[in-house]
Design a protein. Structure first.
Length: 605
């Protein structure tokens, strides 16, 4: 049995006794109290009555009850089609609507035009507040009533526009995303469990409220999950949180994608799906909109608030290159930037490829010889792995870089071609942080046995064992280059190629807190070496900002492990980047160990 979300009242001999036009009306304060009580539960009330509109509205206003009704229709026209118009304008399903009238003919007419509607005689009024279908949810501030009043105002204005898209363009619709879902977890639970028409996956939480919260919190705390609550405003009012989504990063798939029916027809769900990069979405059951066709949604923006996404964004395009950390930052960035390009680790044939390691930038700064390309392919790499959009860095407005892979992936050098690359073990063993700079060649036989079913991996391991020497970490000093490390030399070459007109944000690695047991000491030592090398390489480039995660991490609760943080840490980092980009007074103290002002026009090194 469906919950009732909207009650449409007749007035004469229903809401009050007698007939207003005949002068025999006796106002019912008891029924008015029912309407107020229903409104405090989030139940919407409307009116369809055959009466003189001016006189009727005056009576309702005099008794202080008029503002508790949404979109009242008072005229002498047939009721059935007018009920249809109210239900459609307010975006309710017929099954969620109850029409109360003393005239059986009016009830029959309502059912004729609205076959799934609920109807009742005035005798049902006494039991409304005890009916479980009208339990609603506590709404003492009457926020739901206010939302639907603004929706009704939109519906009235919309009638003046023959083209709905033109009306939407003039409606000033803005969207902001609240990434702190736990701060409004009850609203997220309600959207997931109570929405139907625009719930695309129909994946429900437990009905028990505490169990639902716990289930959703566990989902949100998964570092593979990106999620947000969708807040919509327009010039008619604030619609509040009307949507929730969660995306599984590695699968690039939406697990939850649900919206209140009150925003049906506004294009919010299509706009957001596009803005998120059109992640995979397995639609379950019927939904009231088509995400994949229709004209571009060009009537929605984002508010100009420094703490939320602002639509046009501080810049047009951003390039993010790194590991999971830049994928997390991209989730927020793509709601600001018109173009967001991400270069991050991925899985190929069961093996993790880490293009965020500095050695894969060789194609962007110098290219490979034919012999090196041949050797790289034998290791299971492709030519694309050694290319990067950094080769055209000056076409981007902002760059965000991270090189954490250099701290835990050892490199190997081909004795014939000189190709020097990391060979990452993640995906080939169950060990956490399996490399940590060690030589894996003595373990080749075991790795081949473990991955015997993967012909490509076995071939790559054999090629590595036969043709490559172990070189250790890119962070070790090289005597041939004034004691600089291989990483420093590569980073300096990249920064020279970028030039002086593009702001570059480099995310330093987390070096651990005193007493923290969330990462091996050996890994933390390598992360410390990486940060020192990054600082040395960046010091000659005034457009580089170094972002220290320690500025955002308060305690171990903010960490998953040494290289993965809770989602809100990444959001704080991104907020700091946005504030710095928008600031005319640098340096900013928000997030950097050493921020440098832009030096537009500085000569390229």
């Amino acid at each position: 049995m469906d919950d009732i979300r909207l009650i449409i009242w007749d007035l004469d001999e229903t809401f009050w006794s007698g007939t207003l036009a005949e002068g025999s009306m006796e106002y019912s304060e008891a029924n008015a109290a029912v309407v107020r009580a229903l409104a405090s539960r989030g139940i919407i009330n409307s009116i369809v009555s055959r009466n003189d509109a001016e006189r009727t509205l005056s009576v309702l206003k005099a008794h202080g009850i008029l503002d508790f009704f949404v979109m009242p229709v008072i005229n002498f026209d047939p009721k059935g089609q007018q009920i249809t118009e109210i239900v459609r304008a307010l975006n309710f399903r017929e099954q969620a609507v109850l029409f109360i009238d003393d005239n059986p003919l009016n009830l029959a007419e309502a059912l004729h035009y609205n076959p799934s509607i609920n109807v009742a005689a005035p005798s049902a009024i006494a039991g409304l507040l005890s009916d479980p279908r009208l339990a609603g949810a506590p709404d003492p501030a009457l926020l739901r009533l206010k939302h639907y009043q603004s929706l009704a105002s939109r519906a009235v204005k919309m009638a003046d526009f023959p083209d709905n898209r033109e009306f939407l363009r003039q409606s000033g619709i803005t969207i902001s995303i609240d990434f702190d879902v736990e701060g409004n977890i009850d609203r997220a639970v309600e959207i997931i469990n109570r929405t139907n028409q625009l719930n695309f996956t129909k994946l429900r939480l437990p009905e028990d409220r505490n169990a639902a919260r716990d289930t959703l919190r566990a989902h949100l705390n998964d570092r593979n999950v990106q999620a947000g609550l969708v807040h919509v405003r327009d010039r008619f009012g604030d619609h509040g949180f009307v949507g929730f989504y969660s995306k599984l990063v590695h699968a690039n798939a939406l697990q939850h994608f649900a919206f209140s029916c009150r925003i049906l027809g506004m294009g919010v769900e299509r706009w957001l799906h596009e803005r998120l990069g059109k992640p995979n979405l397995a639609i379950v059951g019927e939904v009231a909109t088509d995400l994949f066709s229709g004209p571009p949604v060009d009537w929605i923006g984002l508010p100009n608030d420094p703490d939320v996404s602002d639509g046009s964004g501080p810049h047009g395009s951003i390039l993010l290159r790194g590991g999971c950390e830049v994928q997390a930052i991209d989730h927020f960035a793509r709601l600001d930037f018109k173009t967001s390009v991400v270069e991050a680790p991925f899985n190929r044939d069961g093996r993790f490829i880490v293009p965020n390691h500095s050695r894969f930038l060789m194609g962007a700064v110098g290219g490979l010889t034919p012999a090196q390309r041949h050797s790289a392919r034998a290791l299971g790499f492709t030519d694309q792995d050694f290319s990067s959009s950094l080769s055209r860095a000056r076409s981007f407005d902002v760059l965000v870089l991270s090189f954490w892979a250099d701290a835990h992936a050892a490199v190997y050098r081909d004795r014939l071609s000189g190709l020097t690359v990391p060979f990452h073990l993640e995906g080939l063993t169950e060990e956490p942080h399996p490399d940590n700079g060690r030589d894996l060649r003595p373990h080749i036989a075991g790795l081949i046995e473990r991955n015997a079913g993967n012909v490509g991996v076995v071939g790559a391991l054999r090629h590595l064992a036969k043709n490559f020497d172990y070189c250790g970490s890119t962070l070790a000093p090289m005597s041939a280059d004034a004691g600089k490390s291989m990483f420093e030399v590569t980073l300096e070459r990249v920064l020279r190629r970028i030039g002086a007109n593009v702001p570059v944000y480099i995310l330093l690695a987390y070096e651990g807190r005193e007493g923290s047991a969330l990462a091996p000491r050996a890994l933390l030592e390598h992360l410390h070496l990486l940060n020192d090398a990054t600082r040395r390489a960046a010091q000659a480039f005034p457009t580089v900002r170094l972002i220290d995660p320690m500025s955002f991490i308060q305690d171990d609760d903010d960490l998953v492990d040494a290289t993965h943080f809770r989602r809100l840490i990444y959001f704080r980092i991104y907020q700091a980047i946005r504030r710095d980009l928008a600031s005319e007074a640098r340096p900013s103290a928000d997030c950097a160990t050493r921020w440098r002002p832009f030096a537009a026009g500085a000569a390229e090194g």
